[in-house]
Write a protein that binds this ligand. Structure first.
Ligand code: NAD
Length: 454
């Protein structure tokens, strides 16, 4: 059994830290402690809980640069991205804090009495996070779960536990009850499984691969445990001939190169109407080759390394050496580097065109008309995100409604905003995070009828 995890800097392969791996017995202790802390937390006045969460947000803000640098070091994120991520955690805590005092039930008109609903906390929630956005994804589950009156056990990915541990220290410094928010680093099949299977954990929020998501769903089924799944994606970027083709080509590279393509919403299937296909490719060449790839701690860098050697090998395995396309530059030497890559002439049903690569690799596929675009856009098992480029408002709305994906953007590539709901269709998962209903996902609705005619 692994007793500790080595955290490497993906840009240099240097050892950053070793972190003890949580055992199943330690998970059990953590659940007992979290259960007690949750009772204390839920008994506080809502205004006090909101105040403590706001104080937590203030501390995240004060430590944002430290958190960002830690994210650069353990995850290879560019400094600009890492700063955004720390700020996102702060904003999520603030937004969730605003919900504590607005988490209201309803009074429903019924004959013979009064009917009330209560939104009660679930108890202890397990948040299992991936390595690709360690801080924000941990906070998407943690902030609303805490705000709704729950305790949280956060299991970060093996490769990226450091920012999570730092956040847990800040929560304590902010005055949140001890053991209310605990970070349990360790192996997915040990610490992760123990959290999923523990009867004292009421809900799992899992973000990660579709493969592991399916295993977790099966395990949760045994106990009818509540579950939110945020899984993989293979998102289309649909460019119609009536679009601003220059703007679409300029925006396309960073829509799949951000975070070196290790983004569940990456627009890795660029679908271009045949009449503008050649023009779009001409414009795409300089846009892709000018992306600055290198040292993530340099403010000018737009794309850093992949997270690990295993991920590098996985990405390489998807890209045929002889494939036509556009390739950017990348550093050589230590670090897990893969160049920006756009493949052309690929069959629409090839693995690289339908499966999540999770690297800086996209394919460009031509389409004939609107119906063909929608058919191609939906031709994967995933349904997380997508973009539609057109100047025709009617078409923008028609295609947005037709494509089976949870997060679409028109003439832009935005996907995740903490104000708006986020989640997948099909095998990209179920349940929604973020947005105005985020807290409700961490409650049970209890209905109470009070007879008034006795
Ligand atoms: P992963 O599935 O390998 O691991 C995710 C987490 O689950 C890690 O903490 C891991 O330790 C844990 N885990 C692994 N096996 C487990 C088990 N049997 N029981 C419990 N926990 C277990 O995914 P990853 O490689 O870390 O992350 C990349 C994946 O995450 C990609 O597929 C990506 O699309 C997905 N992702 C989805 C979203 C979204 O919101 N939809 C966001 C980001 C990433």
């Amino acid at each position: 059994m692994i007793h500790e995890h080595r955290v490497l800097n993906p840009a240099t392969e240097e050892l950053v830290a070793t972190v003890p791996a949580t055992t199943a017995a330690e998970v059990d202790t953590a659940v007992t402690r979290a259960t007690a802390a949750q009772r204390t937390w839920a008994a506080l006045a809502p205004a006090d809980r909101a105040r403590l969460l706001r104080r937590f947000a203030v501390l995240v803000d004060e430590h944002a640069e430290r958190l960002a640098l830690l994210e650069v070091t353990e995850a290879g994120h560019t400094l600009g991205n890492a700063r955004w991520e720390a700020a996102n955690v702060r904003d999520l805590l603030d937004y969730a804090a605003g919900g504590v005092e607005r988490l209201t039930g309803r009074q429903i008109p019924v004959p013979g009495g009064i009917d009330l609903t209560f939104l009660e906390p679930l108890g202890v929630v397990g948040v299992i996070a991936p390595w690709n956005f360690p801080m924000p994804i941990a906070a998407w589950g943690t902030a609303p779960a805490l705000a709704a009156g729950n305790a949280v056990l956060l299991k970060p990915a093996e490769t990226t536990p450091l920012t999570a541990q730092y956040l847990a220290r800040l929560a304590l410094d902010a005055g949140l009850p001890q053991h209310l928010f605990q970070v349990l680093p360790g192996a997915g099949d040990v610490a992760g499984t123990a959290v999923v299977e523990h009867p004292g954990v009421a809900k799992i929020v899992f973000t990660g691969s579709t493969r592991v998501g399916k295993q977790i769903m099966a395990r949760c089924a045994d106990r009818v445990k509540r579950l939110t799944l945020e899984l993989g994606g293979k998102s289309p970027n649909i460019v119609f001939a009536d679009a601003d083709v220059e703007a679409a080509a300029a925006a396309a590279p960073m829509s799949f190169l951000d975070n070196a393509g290790q983004d569940c919403c990456a627009r890795t299937r660029i679908l271009v109407q045949r009449s503008v296909y050649e023009r779009f490719l001409e414009l795409l060449v300089p846009a892709v080759t000018s992306v600055v790839v290198g040292d993530p701690s340099d403010e000018k860098t737009q794309m850093g390394p992949l997270i690990s050697r295993a991920q590098l090998e996985r990405v390489r395995g998807y890209v045929p050496e002889s494939a036509d396309g556009i390739r950017g530059g990348a550093p050589t030497g230590p670090g897990f580097w893969f160049p920006p890559t756009v493949l052309t002439g690929i069959a629409p049903d090839a693995p690289v065109a339908t499966e999540e690569v999770f690297g800086p690799v996209a394919v460009v596929l031509p389409f004939e008309d609107e119906a063909d675009a929608v058919r191609l856009a939906d031709a994967t098992d995933h349904g997380l995100a997508g973009s539609i480029w057109t100047r025709d408002v009617g078409r923008a709305l028609r295609v947005s409604q037709a494509v089976r994906a949870g997060n679409l953007s028109v003439n832009s590539h935005s996907a995740v905003r903490y104000w708006t709901p986020f989640g997948g269709y099909k095998q990209s998962g179920f349940g929604r995070e973020l947005g105005p209903d985020a807290l409700a996902a961490f409650t049970e609705t209890k209905n109470v009828f009070i007879g008034t005619e006795a």
